[in-house]
Write a protein that binds this ligand. Structure first.
Ligand code: ATP
Length: 346
């Protein structure tokens, strides 16, 4: 029997509704599994926390997250940067991993896509090293280091090794960014030599943006830098369907944080219409990560069961309204838990 300490960050907008869904699924597994247990530290962060406690990331929240083994983070509103960037930096969550996949009965411009974007999460233009050289001229500095490039490349190749197709596409713009992106490519090529089983190709980011629309099935694992990854992974989410289905993981050596790709969606908050799938799939990613980290086969199996239930629900056209279904957030989540019960727990 293994007990995992999970922090659940509640957030803003549709965050509390989605957190409730995920918390209920965690409780269900905790109560019914013969070998998987959780303690859930529910914490607040974001705009609501700023209002209530004077800080977007209150000290108590930060402490509880530090004490946990992984964090499930629901969307945060305007103060997102004060929460996400702090956590990413503190835990050195260097890999942003986003799967994009076609599901049955989900309208999209593609079929049979199953790809994953592995984005470097710690440097590039996102360091915010910007200044005005005069009042009409802004300068941004881009940092790409060999260390961070090799580290993310290694992560991407490890991801690819666990997938059937074993293919990495490194996405860059080295014809223009001749020093920084050449260094990124060199570092990736170096790492690729350690993985002879993995097919390796290189592609300019503009070509990748087109190919994602034209022939997305050619991709398996996309390895790229921070800014390009931000854009490419959002595009990939749309290519395969709705943003309400897209999960993301922020992974470090010792800690990881799992979240929906979308934001707080204030326009639909409190209406019981938000799609919880993105957060449930983030939960699935957390099970996979914890299962691999702690060598827990049962938790990895439980992750597959969560994904299977989502697959089956969509096949049976059980969907929330945002993707053409008729079910509310709570109804969809309840049916999901019923189906989890039917296939049984580890
Ligand atoms: P951000 O500015 O942080 O990106 P946002 O809420 O403005 O956040 P998105 O999260 O990209 O933007 O969402 C865009 C729209 O998509 C939302 O306004 C909402 O209508 C819809 N949406 C997002 N997530 C969901 C969801 N889980 N279920 C249903 N609809 C969603």
């Amino acid at each position: 029997m293994t007990t995992y300490d999970i922090s659940l960050l509640v957030g803003d907008g549709i965050g509390p509704e989605l957190s409730d869904c995920v918390e209920r699924v965690l409780h269900e597994i905790h109560d019914r599994s013969s070998c998987i247990r959780f303690t859930i530290g529910k914490v607040e962060a974001g705009d609501n926390a700023l209002k209530n406690f004077g800080k977007a990331l209150p000290d108590e929240t930060f402490e509880k997250i530090k004490e946990s083994q992984a964090c499930l983070k629901s969307p945060v509103g305007e103060s997102a940067a004060d929460v996400v960037l702090v956590l990413r930096r503190y835990f050195d969550l260097y890999a942003n991993v986003r799967p994009s996949k076609n599901y049955a009965n989900i309208d999209s411009i593609s079929t049979n896509v199953d790809l994953i974007t592995v984005r470097e999460n710690t440097e590039d233009l996102y360091l915010g090293w910007e200044f005005l050289s005069d009042e009409d001229t802004a300068i941004s500095l881009r940092k790409i280091s060999r260390f961070a490039s090799q580290r993310i490349a290694k992560h991407a190749f490890e991801v690819a090794m666990k997938r059937d197709r074993k293919k990495v596409t490194i996405v860059h713009k080295s014809n223009v960014l001749r020093i920084s992106d050449r260094l990124f490519i060199e570092a990736s090529r170096e790492i690729s030599k350690q993985y002879p089983e993995v097919e390796f190709e290189e592609m300019y980011v503009d070509a990748c943006a087109m190919e994602l629309i034209r022939r997305p099935t050619r991709f398996d694992t996309i390895l790229t830098t921070n800014l390009f990854g931000d854009i490419i992974s959002d595009e990939a989410a749309q290519v395969t369907g709705s943003i309400g289905l897209a999960p993301a993981a922020n992974i470090g050596e010792k800690f990881a944080m799992f979240e929906p790709v979308h934001g707080a969606a204030f326009d639909i908050a409190g209406k019981n219409i938000a799609n919880p799938t993105s957060f449930i799939l983030a939960l699935k990613m957390m099970f996979d990560w914890l299962g691999q980290k702690y060598n827990d086969r049962k938790l990895i199996n439980q992750a597959s069961k969560v994904e299977k239930v989502i697959d089956d629900l969509f096949k049976a056209n059980v969907k929330t309204k945002d993707i053409g279904g008729k079910f509310s957030t709570i109804e969809f989540n309840q049916i999901l838990m019923n189906n989890l019960n039917e296939i049984g727990y580890e």
